[in-house]
Design a protein around this ligand. Structure first.
Ligand code: SF4
Length: 290
């Protein structure tokens, strides 16, 4: 980023000390700042992405999976629950039904029982049976690697399809979940609320090659530092680039106590995290509250 863009970004942002743990200062008031040009916003957005890449070099999907089918199933189960709870539930599920053919032939009651901890288990069991049967009958028992095929599967929408494409097939995609939407609106990258419109606007800001990792970094930041109710602004490494600095706790010491997962010294969400993850693995079901 050039100096001009940096100074434009800094003009809207809080004191550069905000993320570095020095003296408390009053929060910046974004509303009073002069409007930011599209070019300056794009440069600031790309800089935030670069900073997040340094903060979370190990960013990854937080669902445990070993193949596209497991990722598809885990993503369907993740609706209305935490990734941790899904990760604690899937080992027994995949031990019983490792392939689409196995799951397609499952007794609904047994499937429901296995996935009960994820909530909405009757509806989710119907989706899993339907999508397994569709994979068996329409796709030779393989998860298809195209968006237009994936969204024909029961219980699979665009968000689920993008998760599977990005992480099991290496097809770049932006995944707009609740964290992603909240953060990109806080950062003024978009004002859209509709996930598909958010996706389109964010895709226009970044090169395709960044889409999948950007999604992980933003979600990591939303889960660890930029929380919905009380963002830890005083401990946030991108505070100088953030127009929403001050929405949360700005006192560095109090902010540090709000950090979660590896940033707060706690276990992560995956029972089998990638080898470069610096935090602790999540505990199995029953050994700790999800
Ligand atoms: S925690 Fe969130 S709102 Fe606060 S400065 Fe960081 S990115 Fe901005």
């Amino acid at each position: 980023m050039g100096e001009q863009a940096l100074s434009e970004a800094s003009a809207k942002a809080p004191p550069a000390s905000a993320g570095k743990g020095s003296a408390k200062k009053p929060a910046a008031k974004p509303a009073a700042a002069r409007p930011e040009s599209r070019l300056a916003m794009v440069r600031r957005a790309r800089r935030i992405n670069r900073e997040l890449a340094e903060v979370y070099p190990y960013a990854h999907p937080e669902l445990d999976f070993r193949n596209p089918f497991e990722l598809l199933v885990a993503t369907v189960l993740s609706a209305q629950t935490t990734d941790l709870r899904v990760n604690q539930t899937t080992p027994a599920l995949f031990a019983a039904y490792p392939t689409p053919e196995d799951m397609a032939a499952a007794a609904p009651e047994h499937l429901e029982e296995l996935i009960r901890p994820t909530g909405f288990f009757r509806m989710k069991a119907r989706s899993l049976l339907g999508l397994s049967q569709a994979l068996r009958d329409g796709f030779g028992g393989e998860v298809p690697g195209r968006l237009e095929d994936l969204v024909t599967l029961p219980g699979v929408g665009r968000k689920t399809a993008n998760v599977v494409l990005g992480n099991a097939f290496g097809v770049p995609g932006i995944t707009v979940d609740t964290h992603f939407g909240r953060l990109v609106r806080r950062w003024k990258w978009t004002e859209q609320e509709d996930p598909e419109k958010v996706e389109a606007e964010i895709c226009a800001i970044f090169p395709k090659s960044e889409w999948t990792m950007l999604s992980h970094r933003v979600v990591f930041h939303g889960r660890r530092i930029c929380h919905a109710r009380k963002p830890a602004c005083g401990a946030c490494p991108i505070a100088p680039l953030c127009p929403a600095y001050g929405e949360g706790e700005t006192d560095p010491e109090k902010a540090r106590k709000l950090l979660k997962y590896e940033k707060g010294g706690q276990p992560g969400q995956r029972l089998s995290p990638p080898p470069d993850y610096p935090g602790l693995p999540a505990p199995p079901l029953g050994s700790a509250p999800a």
